[in-house]
Design a binder for this molecule. Structure first.
Ligand code: ZN
Length: 308
């Protein structure tokens, strides 16, 4: 009898395990001999993708590797690390965070011993909002993440700076604009490779998220970004981009901001925006329905505050 019960229990455990789908595979895109884009799914975080939604970038240096953005939990971080280990035997000695959002930073915890690099503001935001981001991740995927901790950077770069550095023999430039997708974005330009890694300042085929954005400064950052002669652009979410794609995003954002501002200056209200501002190009993007209401509201409040 006891044996039968144990067998039933074992079968139940196995069936339960089978029902939990693994984290979706990392889509590897080789950019050149030393750069790989590790593309994540483009769904919003949920129980099925375990919060895996971010694009990471693996850069192979002379004796060690560099990883940009680490996923939304320790599990996603380990998943990305495993994908990196299939591509190289080099240890990952440096982590770069493009901004503080949990989907880009909460995997830092599995890269112990690596130096973590971000903008100064990103570091502060990880310290101040890390616990909130763990709660957001847990609620999105529907379970606790007991081993996820927010680990801030130990090496930082000031707002409105452009700093050439060399890490593991790879020349790069860290560009920290005043603000864009967040107040702490940092873009990475690789001059020898002509590759730009943009975090969520650029997203492709999906609706950008304005939650912590400064929309007007984001539009300016997208204009400034046009000076980079990039062969390949790696966005924070979605497929790889060309500079032409970045110009299209700049135009879409600039037209939207100008349209909302015009409604305001003509004495209209937030409720008029969907009638008076063309959202035709936005409607093609994924997650338009979930994100655009918040984006309109954020932009409206920003313009209202600027004109007060
Ligand atoms: Zn993101």
């Amino acid at each position: 009898m006891k044996r039968v019960l144990m067998l039933v229990a074992a079968v139940a455990v196995l069936a339960g395990a089978a029902m939990v789908k693994p984290i979706p595979a990392v889509k590897v895109e080789k950019v050149n001999d030393r750069i790989y884009a590790l593309l994540g799914p483009t769904e919003l975080p949920n129980a099925t993708n375990h919060g895996y939604m971010v694009n990471s970038t693996l850069i192979l240096g002379d004796k060690a590797a560099i990883l940009i953005d680490t996923g939304m939990s320790d599990e996603v971080g380990a998943h990305i690390r495993k994908a990196a280990e299939k591509l190289t035997k080099l240890p990952i000695t440096h982590i770069i965070n493009t901004h503080h959002h949990g989907d880009h930073t909460l995997g830092n915890v599995v890269f112990q011993g690596a130096e973590i690099i971000s903008s100064e503001s990103c570091k502060k935001l990880v310290e101040d909002t890390g616990a909130d981001w763990i709660a957001i991740a847990e609620s999105a995927i529907g379970r606790k993440l007991p081993n996820t901790k927010a680990i801030p950077a130990s090496r930082t770069y000031a707002s409105q700076s452009r700093t050439p550095v060399e890490i593991n023999g790879v020349k790069m430039e860290f560009w920290v604009p005043e603000a864009a997708h967040t107040k702490g974005d940092m873009l990475v330009w690789l001059p020898d490779d002509k590759v730009l890694i943009a975090g969520d300042v650029l997203v492709n085929t999906t609706t950008p998220n304005f939650r912590d954005a400064e929309v007007k400064k984001w539009v300016q950052t997208l204009a400034d970004l046009q000076q980079f002669p990039a062969r390949t652009v790696i966005p924070g979410h979605g497929p790889l981009m060309t500079m032409k794609d970045t110009a299209a995003m700049h135009k879409r954002m600039a037209d939207f901001y100008a349209g909302v501002e015009k409604v305001y200056k003509d004495g209209g209200s937030e409720g008029d925006i969907r009638q008076k501002v063309s959202l035709k190009d936005w409607q093609k993007l994924k997650h338009f329905d979930e994100q655009m209401g918040g984006n309109i509201n954020k932009t409206w409040l920003e313009i209202e505050a600027a004109n007060f």
